[in-house]
Design a binder for this molecule. Structure first.
Ligand code: ADP
Ligand code: MG
Length: 268
């Protein structure tokens, strides 16, 4: 670009080619104190996540994946560094502010579903909405839409123990979506499921990403699951040691060969 271009044009072009990340993590550290020892869990993490990204966090057991996910989701607080989500540094929020930020902005999916056993599928999905101003009728419409989306409209009156693992995870996905969060975080969402059921859940997450444009960060150690993401971030000993993406590394969707190769290098 010529340097005689008007400033405004240059700025506009600059913005268009480099959109603001939805999540910007800078110099993030997390350590635990045990006795007089500091145990580092995450060391100097820098990561940008853009709106509409689908990121898989991989790495050996104990490498800090869940800790990083929980920090981004505002479940946990960093020891130092910044986590900006949509412009807010969530590391600076008080516990109360963080709780309300979380309920408006983040949907959670866990390995073991974390449904309330005494509530029906409908009531589990409705739960996050009880904190909002929505009327009972608006809540019901939203819950029915979410349960239909995950293919469980006909199971709304079932309790978790009357549902299969895959169905329980679908309920959990409906619950994660119900507040229309910007960000969906999932920690080993297929870790407790057989391959076929896991594949269905991955297909559903992919639809949330593509059709509803949800930004997803998923922890997994399963190369098959990671192959659904468009970017893979590898952690080892609390550091980001490798990144791959569809755009820059020609990461081949549904192909697990490269993913497996990097994984086995890291676990050596
Ligand atoms: P991953 O999800 O990759 O398996 P985690 O993020 O769960 O790893 O844990 C990373 C490291 O942090 C592990 O060594 C774990 O023992 C340690 N850790 C996690 N939570 C705590 C805690 N509350 N107190 C002390 N150490 C912890
Ligand atoms: Mg973990």
């Amino acid at each position: 670009m010529s340097d005689r271009q008007p400033q405004a044009v240059a700025t506009t072009i600059g913005t268009a080619s480099a959109p603001e990340p939805l999540v910007a993590i800078r110099a993030l550290t997390k350590y635990y104190v045990r006795g007089d020892q500091l145990i580092p869990v995450l060391v100097d993490i820098n990561l940008d996540v853009y709106e509409g990204d689908y990121i898989a966090l991989m790495g050996p057991s104990g490498s800090g994946k869940s800790t990083l996910l929980n920090l981004v989701a505002g479940i946990d607080k960093p020891s130092s560094g910044e986590i900006r989500v949509a412009g807010i540094d969530i590391a600076e929020l008080s516990d109360t502010e963080l709780a309300s930020w979380r309920s408006a902005n983040v949907g959670f999916i866990f390995q073991f579903y974390n449904l309330m056993p005494v509530l029906t599928a409908f009531d589990n999905v409705e739960l996050p909405l009880l904190l909002t101003q929505l009327t009972r009728r608006e809540r019901r419409e939203r819950v029915e839409t979410a349960l239909t989306l995950v293919g469980l409209a006909d199971r709304k009156d079932h309790y978790p123990n009357e549902l299969s693992g895959g169905q329980q995870q679908r309920v959990a996905i409906a619950r994660a979506l119900i507040s229309d969060p910007t960000l969906i975080v999932a920690d080993e969402p297929t870790g407790d499921l057989d391959r076929v059921t896991g594949g269905e859940i991955l297909g559903l997450l992919e639809r949330l990403n593509i059709e509803l444009d949800k930004t997803i960060i998923m922890v997994t150690h399963d190369p098959k699951a990671a192959s659904y993401a468009d970017r893979i971030v590898y952690l080892k000993d609390g550091r980001i040691v490798h990144e791959m993406s569809e755009e820059t590394d020609g990461l081949d969707k549904r192909s697990t060969r490269t993913i497996r190769a990097v994984m086995s290098e890291l676990t050596d």
